[in-house]
Design a protein around this ligand. Sequence first.
Ligand SMILES: [Zn+2]
Length: 416
Amino acid sequence: MTEIATDFTCTPALWADFRALCGFGGRLCGTPSEDWARDHLAAALAAVARAHGGTVSTLPMDYDGWTGGAAWLDLADGTRLAAEPLVGSPPVRDLDLAVVDLGRGGPDEAAANADRVPGALVLARHEYMFSTRTIHRSRKFAAAVERGAAAFAMVGPEPGRAVTGGANFGGPARVPAVGLAPEAAARAAAAGRARLTVEAATAPARTENLFLDLPGRSREWVVISAHIDGHRLAQSAMDNATGLAAALEAARLLAPQVAGWRRGLRVCLYTLEEWGLMGSAHHLATQPADAHRAVALDINLDSVAGDPHLAAMTSGFPALEPFLAGAAAGLGLELDFHRPLLRNSDHYNYAMAGIPAFRLVAGFERPESGLRFVLTDGDTVDRVDRTDLERATRLVATVAARACAGDEDFRIGAAP
Ligand SMILES: [Zn+2]
């Protein structure tokens, strides 16, 4: 095995990139904020490529663009409750609806209220996303729509904060959908009826994924992926300026050594992740099967700081766990593991293509952590501790270096 230096020390550029990306805003697809962030990322990758002989490229992608305006609920007593349009919601004006509060709002609650859901505005609760017990919001939306709901509201848990997110899980949303703060949801539920307005428009749009290739000695690759896009409510700081900044820094730290390693390093910065993982799906669909086989590992970085505690979602690839545990132990870090494949970030598309993949995430099973503000206006730069981001980045660089320099087959033991 090639000798590798893995005593990585993060440079000041890590924190500077993180703060710059937050400063561009939430990076909702189709907004200038997304473009400013991609320009910054492209310049950073180009600087690495210039210094160490890599290649920067883009992959354009046409998609159904969506722009949201204001949204609100009017009650019969004249109260107007603010709402946040979920990404992909169709527009609607003054739609008069019964309000049916399904509590948690999972498939069981929808089934138990099958007679009340048709034609109603269904309220369901947003759950802490980084837990094995979570019922993903896409399942709640689907359960309500399948039972005939006319509109859907995702209710945030944090006082005074609406929750955002997508309602376009791999396709256009079929009914109007908004996020609500818990107080607004309580008022609407108590009133029993509300008139819903969502301002939104659609138009054909184009965006780009962004790549850096630093070749190794063979045709094999280790991928570090992170999603560029986010939401408009805040800065999408934890989700996912942390992952982007860590990906850039890992590339800077590893670039001087990659040419001597067996496997090359490819950084894939995807957009449209928040729109049903569309950017990575498009990239993988453009590649032939032998290109998939040449990828030894995808290290997907999504919300990697905001809490000191890190977990790896190993997605049905058991060989990853001892490898990752060894890398973490070498840094004196504890790393938790979650084994089932979850469709909650771009690693899902890699795993579904048979490529060993894991998602690194902070705050798994820690619902009191700062990660509870993801998808709210609380996902801001001040939630992230610099030492947490540096710790995650050192782990990423170490894992990537070991995977590039070694010859481990992470496909061993995985279901075909
Ligand atoms: Zn994310």
